[in-house]
Design a protein around this ligand. Structure first.
Ligand code: NDP
Ligand code: MG
Length: 386
């Protein structure tokens, strides 16, 4: 039996992981599960998965959680520190499915105490890639990506050396606005932006997919994960979302990883790594599929991609700046304060500011937190003038 903790069990990634684990209960013992606000779902998952510890990050829900779990023998706690304490409990695998910047510290902590960090929270690599890699190296922790593109690249890289890689080709579905004009993009609503044509995901990542900020984050994530230079990174739209990403090598050969648009594949792969265990996901039928399409990215409609490349070129903590501005801009878009296309303006503004005085070396997590807070404030101020 291997021990596993699931951070963000109440979310899209977490619930999918819980479904897989419920079907593999002979292989895993659940140590920790955590939620943010959704106390009902957290209690439901606790009863279903029988973990040792149940943590609700928002402490105001702690009493309600205790009430829902009366008669059960779980150790229940709440609050930010309880979450970090839970990430410090040694386990074989930590699955990190918390959304956004709050997941970063949790990943950095779990990386110290887990044999494998199955990482869905892309913000951890975008904001603190070098710190996370360093912790993994020091503690001999295996970092296995859960993001479908990075899982694909990881699988393509097995048995290969990064020196022989000519290109990493990240695929993207193009999102709900692939065929929407730039004029119409100005007035799209959060609800329209959150309805992804292929993947079923949490609200924030769905809107990030519509703006291609998700793909932009994934470019930085790839750079941090595989240590490749930016000129080797390419994005291609693959509207069917069947090819999850590809790696081209110096002999002209290209490896691709294919599968249905279902995160169960990447989650199952990461938690079972290095084994490949059976999963009850849909199987591809090429004769039904018949066709795979490829399109270029429209950088005028989707400036996020070039902004992420700029963040990589600036270096230092520019990834954290990029993420803070993107998260704050998304919050402003969600409450109707700015338009869909304004989100990219906010990120460009933040990168411009950081570039004036970049901090390149020797930063620690507290520096990243401080910069994150500062940039959010700056973006709110800037957005008032939009
Ligand atoms: P969801 O919004 O569906 O779930 C997010 C999870 O994080 C929930 O459990 C939520 O708790 C918890 N959470 C939110 N805020 C906090 C906080 N401040 N402290 C602690 N926990 C918190 O997101 P997804 O599952 O879609 O995404 C999770 C991560 O995985 C993201 O980083 C995303 O980019 C990445 N990812 C997701 C994919 C997907 O298919 N969904 C694909 C690839 C990557 P609660 O709901 O209880 O409030
Ligand atoms: Mg992805």
């Amino acid at each position: 039996m291997r021990t596993i903790s699931i951070f963000g069990v109440t979310g899209s990634i977490g619930c999918t992981a819980a479904n897989i684990l419920a079907g593999q209960s002979n292989k895993f013992t659940i140590t920790v599960i955590t939620g943010g606000n959704n106390v009902t779902e957290l209690a439901k998952q606790a009863i279903r998965l029988s973990p040792r510890y149940v943590v609700i990050a928002n402490e105001t829900h702690l009493n309600e959680l205790r009430n829902l779990l009366i008669g059960y023998n779980f150790e229940i706690s709440g609050g930010r520190q309880a979450l970090i304490n839970a990430a410090s409990i040694p386990v074989d695998i930590s699955l990190q499915g918390i959304v956004g910047f709050p997941g970063v510290e949790c990943s950095l902590t779990a990386a110290k105490f887990s044999k494998t960090l199955a990482l869905a929270n892309k913000e951890s690599l975008v904001c603190a890639g070098p710190l996370l890699q360093n912790i993994c190296t020091i503690n001999n922790t295996k970092l296995v990506p859960v993001d479908s593109e990075h899982s694909a690249i990881f699988q393509c890289m097995l048995g290969e050396s990064i020196e022989t890689v000519e290109k990493i080709i990240l695929t993207g579905s193009g999102g709900p606005f692939l065929n929407t004009s730039i004029e119409d993009l100005k007035s799209v609503t959060p609800k329209q932006a959150a309805s992804h044509p292929r993947w079923s995901m949490g609200q924030r990542i769905s809107i990030d997919s519509a703006s291609m900020f998700n793909k932009a984050m994934e470019i930085i994530e790839t750079k941090e994960l595989f240590n490749v230079s930016v000129d080797k990174l390419e994005v291609v739209i693959q509207p069917q979302s069947i090819i999850h990403s590809m790696v081209g090598f110096n002999d002209g050969s290209i490896k691709a990883q294919l599968g249905p648009a279902d995160m169960s594949g990447a989650i199952g792969y990461a938690i079972n790594y290095p084994n490949r265990d059976p999963l009850t996901v849909e199987r591809l039928n090429f004769l039904e599929l018949r066709q795979l399409d490829f399109l270029p990215v429209d950088h005028l409609k989707f400036p996020a991609i070039n902004l992420s490349i700029r963040a990589i070129m600036i270096g230092g903590m520019a990834g954290a700046v990029f993420n803070a501005a993107k998260e704050q801009a998304l919050d402003l878009f969600l409450i109707g304060n700015i338009g869909f296309l304004d989100m990219a303006r906010c990120v460009e503004f933040a990168l411009n500011e950081y570039e004036l005085n970049p901090i390149q070396h020797n930063f620690i997590f507290e520096d990243i937190m401080e910069l994150d807070t500062h940039m959010r404030i700056r973006v709110i101020e800037m957005a008032k003038g939009l």
